[in-house]
Write a protein that binds this ligand. Structure first.
Ligand code: PLZ
Length: 446
């Protein structure tokens, strides 16, 4: 699909066709399945989403970081189409398929660490998280799982239980899975102690809690997002993750890096955790792995992955050959187009603009990110850091949408604007998108 890479607003947004579809949607689809924007997509290509009214929107959200290589990338479409015509499904448990095995080999090679590794596939991020915990429990024979404040790991029972935020993710949906323990995350902007010593203090507290309240020998896994996504693009204070990983390795605890949002080039490396030189025991991938097709993975040290007996892992669709073929094309595209470097360049352009904005607008309390995973945290007043109210944040994302730009918020307090553009978005298109976002922000705040 080839759509001109330009913003084009031809109706008010949402336009009449999107509005008509949304009337049907209200009747046919439950409200629990929320929509961030009242827009219906007709087609998409590169960094542009075209809606059913013919508006061309600059996509700075990429379906929550699923289109790191851009929408309908020709290499991904061709790989999926070729596989679609050859074989769509036999179930890996019945007869294996080539893309599954080849993709496992590729993931074993690109994930951090040189030890022998193995990979299994599932369909969604939540399922990858569930499997990682199952594997860690079987390997260690221990029950407890440590998770963090502001964490998001999915919506299935175990993944939801690991997720931090009650509303909207957990409200009224308990009882939750047992043996889950939550600790503070090294969140520099909102650290209650000495901000200069955030990593050190958060780590000391975490290790003490694990020792006193859980007991090291009861902990199967520590699961952590190397850069928290839904929680607000929180980059942990440097040193926190290496300290946790060291503690895990000293006590036979499986260290799981949930790279579902931060991985696959988003943060300027294959996996965000590489930045701190940490080699996790298990890594979960999803989202941009499939370049738009649903597939997720757990990759990890072979002896841990092989701890589960035959038949203990899997599922009907896991590693579907069409999605696996698309994922192989995603990996080749990231390599061929040098997208890790492009992500860094894209991110620098965004951060420069965000920093300039923070100079001018005092409600921009924090500017943070890495690679093309960038955000601003908005506050009512920088002195108190009281989060900006969600209505005003909504007015900003809505204002951007009305100007033809797709932007989404994040954060425990809903006060973070996050950008997740295609890694190689054209600089002029990105600048146009940032101009519109800035105009919407200034309008909503004044
Ligand atoms: N782990 C780190 O970011 C999904 C959720 C959107 P699934 N994030 C987007 C929503 O409102 O549900 C995510 C993540 C991290 C796990 C998941 C879960 O991935 O593919 O949505 O199950």
């Amino acid at each position: 699909m080839d759509i001109p890479q330009e913003r084009k607003v031809v109706t008010e947004i949402p336009g009449p066709k999107s509005r008509a579809w949304f009337e049907r949607r209200e009747r046919a689809v439950p409200r629990g399945v929320a929509n961030l924007h009242p827009i219906v997509t007709a087609r998409a290509s590169g960094a542009i989403v075209e809606d059913v009214d013919g508006n061309r929107l600059i996509d700075l959200a990429t379906g929550i970081s699923v289109l790191n290589v851009g929408h309908t990338h020709p290499a991904v479409v061709e790989a999926a189409r070729g596989q679609l015509e050859r074989d769509t499904h036999t179930c890996f448990h019945v007869t294996a398929n080539e893309p599954y095995i080849e993709l496992a080999e590729r993931l074993n090679a690109i994930t951090p660490g040189d030890a022998p590794k193995k990979t299994m596939f599932a369909n969604s991020g939540a399922e990858a998280v569930e499997n990682a915990v199952k594997i860690a429990r079987r390997f260690t024979g221990r029950p407890a799982v440590v998770t963090f404040d502001h964490a998001f790991h999915g919506r299935t029972l175990l993944a939801m239980s690991l997720t931090a935020k009650v509303m909207p993710y957990k409200q009224g949906m308990g009882p939750f899975a047992p043996e889950i323990y939550r600790l503070p995350f090294a969140y520099p902007y909102r650290w209650h102690g000495d901000p200069e010593r955030c990593a050190e203090q958060a780590l000391a507290y975490a290790l003490d809690q694990m020792h006193k309240h859980i007991g090291e020998e009861n902990i199967a896994a520590i699961i952590v997002e190397p850069i928290q996504g839904e929680g607000g693009f929180i980059v942990p204070a440097p040193g926190f993750l290496p300290g946790l990983a060291r503690f895990a390795s000293e006590h036979g605890i499986v260290f799981i890096a949930d790279e579902i949002q931060s991985g696959f080039g988003r943060a300027g490396r294959w996996f965000a955790i590489e930045e701190e030189g940490v080699v996790p025991d298990l890594v979960t991938s999803a989202k941009s792995l499939g370049g738009g097709l649903p597939i997720s993975a757990v990759t990890g040290r072979a002896e841990i992955m092989d701890a589960v007996h035959p038949g203990g892992l899997g599922g009907t669709y896991g590693g579907n050959p069409v999605a696996a073929a698309a994922a192989l094309a995603v990996i080749e595209t990231i390599e061929r187009e040098g997208l890790l470097e492009r992500a860094r360049a894209t991110g620098e352009r965004i951060m420069e603009r965000f920093r300039a904005l923070a100079e001018r607008v005092n409600q921009v309390g924090d500017v943070r990110g890495r690679g093309a995973m960038c955000a601003i945290e908005l506050v009512a007043d920088p002195a108190t850091k009281q989060p900006l109210d969600p209505e005003t944040v909504g007015a900003i994302t809505r204002g951007a949408l009305e100007r033809g730009v797709l932007v989404i918020s994040a954060g425990t307090y809903g006060n973070v604007i996050r950008l997740l553009p295609p890694l190689a978005i054209e600089p002029a298109l990105l600048d146009d998108g940032l101009d519109q976002l800035e105009a919407a922000l200034l309008e909503a705040l004044t």
